[in-house]
Design a binder for this molecule. Structure first.
Ligand code: AQP
Length: 340
């Protein structure tokens, strides 16, 4: 039986924030014990918005070191760079034939990012979710750990896989229809200064965005100045987005339910509660920051880890592409049967 396969991609842009850490990175670490996990640094996706080539390389190493520091272990998963495995781009093109254009144009992320774009809105930005579908489908992954903001892209990916199987599969499930895995607590961490908006790399406030590599004093300052409301009760409530967000953060960092946090802090004041959240986040992130400094200093070693991961990833993806080409009638006829 094929082991449960987990796939997730992460952008090498900017510095990762607490939302990325809780919504994605912490899930990656946990996923290594549940199945065969593949984690991909998506440099090709990063080219869909304006960027600097030198900076892209630098941030790719930054993110590699950050993931390793957070506990992603290349001995227990496949950690690789998207641009090293050409099957992703080929499959993206092939999947375009079963992707509805209107649906791509209606995707929230495309609409938001293209509106925010002052210069060229690239075709890559529109095709972003097709490349994302190719990333996952190339590995016939069963599960995709992501935050809530990726739900729409995951639905598209599932639809593309189903359409492909219906159009070309001849009764077989050539591509696996993946499930998303969205954490029960912390799927959408909000900006500390604008808790009605998600914490975000491009759209957030500086003071409201806690970075994984922020020094402890900066983290404390950001939590101390977090926006709350005029009430005094520490309880989740749609009318209290700021305090609800802080409860979610503490629950996610401690790995407990939100009710446990509400109970523990039922008689605390907001100020005291904010300090407790800050302390828990610092305790969780400080070791990551310390390990990061050591790992980031050795670029040849980071490159070696990525190259080794790419080799393993290519082995899996190339088999899928043999099948996809065969079913689509693309390229020469298949002479040998692919390995099961
Ligand atoms: N606020 C969030 N809460 C929980 N999970 C989140 N994710 C992102 N924001 C939150 C999840 O983090 C993963 C990383 O995605 P990425 O690195 O590919 O995305 P990104 O575009 O660099 O990060 P942002 O912050 O989402 O950037 P913007 O807002 O600029 O587009 C994904 O699994 C995502 O769900």
């Amino acid at each position: 039986m094929t082991p449960m396969r987990i796939f997730s991609g992460i952008q090498p842009t900017g510095s990762k924030h607490l939302g990325n850490y809780i919504g994605a990175i912490a899930q990656y670490v946990e996923g290594q014990d549940r199945g065969e996990a593949l984690y991909c640094l998506v440099d090709l996706h990063a080219t869909t918005l304006p960027y600097e080539p030198v900076e892209l390389r630098r941030s790719l190493y930054d993110l590699t070191a950050l993931l390793l520091a957070a506990g992603v272990d290349p001995e227990r998963c496949i950690l690789f760079r998207q641009g090293d495995v050409q099957e992703h781009t080929e499959l993206c093109w092939l999947l375009c034939s079963v992707t509805e254009l209107g649906r791509l144009q209606r995707m929230h992320q495309f609409r938001d990012k293209s509106l925010a774009q002052r210069e060229l809105v690239s075709a890559g930005l529109l095709l972003y979710p097709v490349l994302q579908a190719a990333d996952v489908l190339a590995y016939r992954a069963h599960e995709v750990p992501v935050g809530e903001d990726q739900r729409e892209h995951l639905e598209l990916m599932r639809d593309v896989a189903r359409r492909f199987n219906a159009r070309f599969g001849e009764g077989q499930e050539v591509l696996v229809v993946p499930e998303h895995r969205i954490p029960t607590v912390g799927a959408r961490i909000m900006d500390l200064q604008a808790p009605e908006r998600k914490m975000s790399t491009t759209g957030g406030t500086e003071q409201g965005t806690v970075l994984v590599l922020d020094p402890p004093a900066a983290i404390e300052k950001k939590f101390k100045s977090a926006v709350t409301d005029s009430g005094s009760e520490i309880k989740r409530d749609p009318q209290k987005p700021g305090i609800s967000n802080l409860i979610d953060i503490l629950a996610a960092v401690r790995g407990v339910g939100t009710e446990a946090i509400e109970m523990e802090f039922s008689s605390a004041r907001y100020g005291e509660f904010k300090l407790a959240v800050a302390a828990a986040v610092v305790e969780r992130l400080q070791p990551v920051r310390e390990r990061y400094e050591l790992l980031r200093a050795d670029e040849p070693e980071l490159e070696r880890i990525l190259a080794q991961g790419a080799e393993k990833a290519r082995e899996i993806a190339s088999q899928t592409l043999i099948d996809v080409r065969h079913h689509m009638g693309v390229g020469p006829p298949r002479r040998v049967q692919p390995l099961p």
